[in-house]
Design a protein around this ligand. Structure first.
Ligand code: MG
Length: 482
């Protein structure tokens, strides 16, 4: 089959191909999104001590990206996946905490809304983190159903840096002991808000809290069971499942099935359980005959949280981790599998990111993108089918966290080079460090002095991109009433 025919099949809207009349042209879509899992934490990305046979099989049967980008931390990365835009573009370059009075703007058109309008059944399972007030919940952003935690699993009264209290219970004691063991107790890299998080952790079904402080050892299992149930119930129609695991974000919890199973300690056990979950989902798709009708995407929301020592992941050969615009902070594993449409066993270094998921899925579903706003992402269809090995992006932009209405522009890359910059209040962009990512993905050798012409070219592109973004920012959503 030629790549052109493959592409035509992949992008055919609604109409079934005569070659496969029984197979709808529109695939089911499953996006598995892990939390704080590093670039180096999977077997197929070179982990020396975490066995991930199911995820490795996903890669062997699909396409593995080696230059795929998320945002620097949790909420912004989810905003990107949902909207197809850089997080700063949609006012969401920070994390809403429990009880926050803001969230992803209801007028944003999410990937779930795009697919729902195209006739897909939609469900979100797991972490949301785009606002926990009713008007910001998944069920208000295109998901028919939701099960999960509306924010991070450490945003609760058992955060290790909560002020000590008398008569603490066993869980709080264990939490503090773990923080001391991993070194996090002595870390000054992150503090909860003044006074900590006083709240319990709500497990929600749709818009109702069904439990508080659920046993986190069972979260991965429960989310997986809900995913299998959703797939089974919607086997006869196109569906979109967004499975955003709480793990391996700290505090780490694992069920009995995997406790003590990994050579990498608790963190490895937790990733092994996520791998098991992937295996369960692949098994369900195969049992139901949905393999060739389903695109499965596996990726992570940001790099490893290194301040947690052995409870944080590994960025493998990349520099630094979560919260930074070094490669280890934002470059994440990404695997796309769709048997019969995406050729098996390929790898690509083309630059792509989670901003591309919405345009890509819209194209596959035969759905229209909103035309009244800037969408930063691009369709990855030609890359997936092998019709092209070129990135649809001339540049990727590295943005740090920022307040709403601000653009914290930090670095830019093209196919080969990455320029770190300092951006002035007046919009000036000053080159700081230049790395040849083609030869030096670990960003160890600053080549600025050797290649001033490359730095100049990228600095101009960075200046223009930052100016364009500042001119086309959209607001976060605010609560109508307190
Ligand atoms: Mg995260």
């Amino acid at each position: 089959m030629t790549s052109r025919l493959l592409l035509a099949l992949l992008l055919a809207p609604l109409a079934a191909s005569p070659l496969s009349a029984a197979t709808p042209a529109r695939p089911n879509i499953v996006i598995i999104f892990t939390d704080d899992q590093g670039y180096g934490d999977l077997g197929c990305y070179g982990s020396p001590d975490i066995a991930t046979p199911h995820i490795d099989r996903l890669a062997a049967e699909g396409l593995r990206f080696t230059s795929f980008y998320a945002a620097t931390f949790c909420g912004p990365s989810r905003a990107q996946l949902m909207t197809g835009c850089y997080a700063a573009r949609v006012g969401h370059a920070r994390n809403p905490g429990p009880g926050s009075n803001w969230g992803l703007h209801p007028a944003e058109v999410t990937i779930a809304e795009v697919l729902k309008q195209a006739g897909y059944a939609t469900m979100a399972i797991g972490k949301w983190h785009l606002g926990d007030a009713p008007e910001f919940l998944p069920t208000r952003q295109g998901f028919d159903a939701y099960l999960g935690l509306p924010f991070s699993n450490d945003m609760w009264r058992y955060h290790p840096k909560m002020p000590p209290r008398e008569n603490e219970d066993a869980l709080m004691r264990a939490t503090r002991e773990r923080a001391a063991y991993t070194g996090y107790a002595g870390s000054d890299s992150y503090y909860p808000p003044r006074g900590g998080f006083p709240n319990d952790l709500p497990l929600m079904r749709d818009e109702t809290v069904i439990e508080t402080n659920p046993d986190q050892r069972q979260l991965t299992t429960r989310y997986t069971e809900a995913a299998l149930d959703f797939i089974s119930r919607h086997r006869d129609r196109p569906f979109f499942l967004y499975l955003a695991h709480a793990m391996p974000h700290v505090p780490l919890f694992v069920s009995e099935k995997f406790a003590g199973k990994s050579a990498r300690g608790l963190y490895g056990d937790v990733v092994m359980e996520i791998d098991w979950s992937v295996g369960q989902i692949l098994g369900q798709l195969r049992r139901l005959g949905l393999d060739e009708r389903t695109l499965v995407v596996f990726t992570s929301d940001n790099g490893p949280w290194l301040a947690y020592g052995i409870d944080g992941g590994s960025a493998g050969p990349l520099r630094e981790g979560k919260g930074t615009i070094w490669e280890g902070g934002v470059r994440v594993p990404a695997i796309f599998r769709w048997p019969g449409k995406i050729p098996a066993g390929r790898r690509t270094a083309a630059v792509a990111g989670n901003i591309d998921l919405l345009p890509t899925c819209a194209q596959l579903a035969g759905a229209r993108l909103p035309s009244d706003r800037v969408i930063d992402g691009r369709d990855l269809g030609p890359l997936l089918t092998g019709a092209s090995d070129r990135s649809p992006h001339a540049f990727f932009h590295y943005l740090g966290g920022s307040a709403e209405g601000q653009v914290n522009y930090r670095a830019i890359r093209d196919e080969r080079w990455k320029l770190h910059v300092e951006t002035g209040r007046d919009g000036t962009v000053t080159p700081r460090e230049l790395y040849d990512l083609g030869a030096d993905a670990g960003e160890r050798f600053n080549r600025l002095a050797q290649h001033p012409e490359v730095a100049q070219r990228l600095a101009l592109a960075a200046r223009d991109a930052a100016a364009e973004m500042r001119a086309h920012l959209r607001p976060a959503g605010r609560r109508a009433s307190p």
